[in-house]
Design a protein around this ligand. Structure first.
Ligand SMILES: [Zn+2]
Length: 342
């Protein structure tokens, strides 16, 4: 079977297609899947494709994509009307409580009306309380043959090891800025998102840090989101640390004035730009946040790898000082500027 026909709505993510899609085609269905990745990286799309593929009535036909998208089951699932797929989430609560999981499990032994599987998609699974995870675990240990649980998480480390060990863990893949740009372009062509112009699409692709969902959000937001501003501060911070003199770098760092939670995002982007430099210097052809790969390569040429690694480590330590140790951002940034330009 042509790989393109497995999970056709999911862009890239060959590992997920290979690990899980081919198993489903052979009717080797796991009772639990964990899909781990940052928000906007395709976890929901992957989960829906897995659910549709398990339920697809044309699963055994070698000529049909998986899921086929045209059988009654696929059509119902695509339209959100399938009784075989149930979404479970925490609503507006901070955590996913044991009561919610117990309610889901209370009906788990019943067969669905119109299918041979019932799929439960648990959103923000890392927000499950320990009691909720333990309740789920009891069912994962002896699941009814028709039940499949798909846990979506941006932090699979927050799940109990006993839960993780009973599931097939799939990680969504960050896409290159060029893959995101081409995905956005085809979405514009299909009329799925408005045409916001090439420049805005490029910036959205870059600011999304490899997550198509975020890029779509940036494109459809009515005005430039705060992330764009924080992304450019992150880029400027990286370039200042790499190319400015100590005095210039300290002056720049003194001028950065943000709310405390915004520093985390700035450091995220600063480190992402550094990772791009390190990646292209190590032979990669694709970048995650740098729009102009050639310019990124030229810049990276001027720098030695050890310097890039050292700057990355300094940024990471500074980020932890601000976000985890509550240190003064001004002091941390000025110390960072002095150390990085030494
Ligand atoms: Zn189908």
């Amino acid at each position: 079977m042509n790989d393109k026909k497995i999970f056709p709505a999911l862009i890239a993510n060959e590992a997920i297609k290979n690990l899980c899609g081919k198993d489903i085609l052979r009717s080797h269905i796991s009772h639990a899947y964990i899909i781990d990745g940052p928000d906007g990286s395709g976890k929901h799309t992957a989960a829906k494709q897995i659910a549709m593929a398990i339920l697809c009535e044309n699963k055994g036909k070698s000529s049909a994509p998986c899921p086929c998208g045209v059988c009654p089951s696929c059509k119902k699932a695509a339209a959100g009307f399938s009784t075989c797929i149930e979404y479970v989430n925490r609503g507006s609560a901070a955590t996913l409580q044991v009561e919610t999981i117990r309610k889901m499990l209370s009906a788990v032994s019943y067969l669905p009306e119109d299918g041979d599987h019932k799929i439960y998609i648990i959103e923000d699974a890392h927000k499950m309380t320990t009691a909720a995870q333990n309740a789920l675990l009891l069912t994962l240990e002896e699941p009814p043959s028709h039940a499949v649980f798909i846990l979506l998480t941006s932090d699979s480390g927050a799940l109990l090891e006993t839960v993780r060990s009973r599931a097939l863990v799939l990680k969504t893949e960050l896409l290159s800025v060029h893959s995101i740009l081409s995905a956005l372009t085809s979405m514009v062509d299909m009329g799925k998102i408005p045409d916001v112009g090439t420049e805005k699409m490029k910036t959205a692709a870059s600011a999304s840090s490899g997550c198509l969902g975020r890029a779509v959000e940036f494109c459809t937001a009515s005005e430039d989101s705060g992330s764009m501003k924080l992304r450019s501060i992150g880029e400027k911070l990286t370039d200042t640390l790499l190319f400015a003199s100590a005095a210039e770098a300290i002056m720049y760092c003194r001028s950065v004035d943000l709310k405390r939670p915004e520093y985390e995002t700035v450091f995220y982007y600063a480190m992402a730009f550094l990772r791009d430099y390190i990646a292209v210097k190590s032979g990669a052809d694709e970048t995650i946040v740098s729009i102009d790969t050639d310019k990124c390569k030229q810049t990276a040429e001027r720098l030695a790898l050890p310097r890039l690694y050292r700057t990355y480590e300094l940024l990471r330590a500074a980020e932890e000082d601000i976000t985890k140790r509550n240190a003064s951002p001004l002091v941390v940034l000025c110390t960072l500027a002095a150390n990085a330009t030494k």
